[in-house]
Design a protein around this ligand. Sequence first.
Ligand code: ZN
Length: 597
Amino acid sequence: MANFSPSFLDEVLTRTDIIAIIAPHVELKKSGSNLMGLCPFHHEKSPSFSVSADKQLYYCFGCGVGGGAFQFLMEHDGYAFPEAVEYLAEKAGMEIPQDTERNPAAEALQKGAYDVLTRASAAMNRALHGEAGRKARDYLQQRGLPADIIRDYALGYTPAGYGFMQQVFGKETRSNEALESVGLLFKGDHGYGDRFRDRLMFSIRDRRGRIVGFGGRVLDDGQPKYLNSAETDYFHKSDLLYGFSEHRDHIRKSKQLVVVEGYMDVLALAAHDLKIGLAPLGTAIGERQIREILRLCDSPVFCFDGDRAGRQAAWRALERMMPLLKAELTPRFLYLPDGEDPDSMLKSEGRDAFQQRLDNDSKQVLETWLMGLKLLAGSGADGRARMAKKADTMLESMNDRYLRQAWKQEVEQATGISLKYIQRQKQANPDSREQPQTSTPLPELTDRQERFMAGLMQQPERFRQLPELATCFFIDNDSMKSLYSRAFSIQTDAEDNNTDIARQLAQEFPDCQTLISRWVNQAAVLQVEFKSLSLDMEFNGIRWRMKNGLNLHETIQAKQRLNAIQQQQRTLSEQLMAERSDLEEQLQSEQSGDTGA
Ligand SMILES: [Zn+2]
């Protein structure tokens, strides 16, 4: 794991504008001192995603995600932390420091690996267009894939026989080893040999759009029909989806996503201007992939063949999907006619008919589930019993308890068997999965305390307005104490008011990054409100002191101060009310001015 110095990270963030990172994905509009847009992490109709250009932090009031530029790249684009740092440093024209904690050899190897894969992909593409590639070209033409698809999706061909990769990269041990490490060569008894021979090649990209591996399809009746790169450090089949980096933005914009079974299906859709297809890499779709799909689109259509194998695959996908389902998500299942796949359907029916199938013929996940249960259980009274039993086990995996309740009722209706008894037995062990687990406890704050912190983060110069007692605020809140006292010392040590305190804190307390982002992005804390909040904090601080032992004289002073604070609070709340009614009057006169004419 890379270890960057705080000053380096700070420099990277100073030279980065978070708006430039987020703007390509979210349409941002000015709103107060921040920018607002539709959240790219959850689906919504009115904007609750806020970015503070000033503090360089984002926060979504709908789903609670938040952080800085690194966080956005990690959450949104799937970068690992060091990748996010390197990406932004590179963008800012900075040199990446090579400290001892890092392993330069491993990194060079990794960097080299991406180069090797890219060069290999280019060579395969050249081979496709060369003499040897005729058969593959004919195949693509017959499948109706145009030149721009072949180019954009980096299709290629590996000639028959051994030696193609060595022709491209040379025969030195070093290149052999590099090619072996990325899964393009294997070492046999007679030296190195090509893994892919006489195959049509699909380049597979990671979320950053880097080529990380390949899928190869035979052009005759050879076996296996599809062959993938071996698993390497950068090629994890169960983590990747074919088409993800190519289609991510399209899917977000069109709010349409189709999960298909193979590479050719993804490409056939793209060739029909449906750049919304994703496919697992030749294996059954797994939970991580489904999670990614549901994050990208709330109503994806999972497309399967109508035959027995297709139905089994659909059932497996559904089982893996159940823990992830929520009432807001509406995934659907589409079974194609027996013997057809999206590619063949598009060819025979055309784009519009296929789109209609997606819209009209696809079934809701609940319907698919009930149908599957019925098929599994069979008919008759014992069939209904089996169905109830199976349903009950599956319902247990669901985390959304409202949805679980609704589905339970559906099964009861379908079987005439009440699941209550079974449910009651299971309640003996309370469902702990409903709450997402956080690794470290986050500070718990009251609404007023939260507004107080927001007021400070939004205008750090307010630290200087605080009473002497302020160093003890939050003293009885273990999880908040260190964050607050650090904030206090950053601000008092700073020579001017320009310290970007929120950003510095977010960096020093990564666990609290979301919280800090929420503070800076919430509605501006105006001066009168802040005054009242800090009096509140002081009031509680004095009370805490009194509880923890003061002498008689101090106690009298403390009580006087408490009285004075209450007096001041009353004045402030009158002031606040007056300001509010002024505002309302102003609004009303503006409105009557509009309609008065
Ligand atoms: Zn959100």
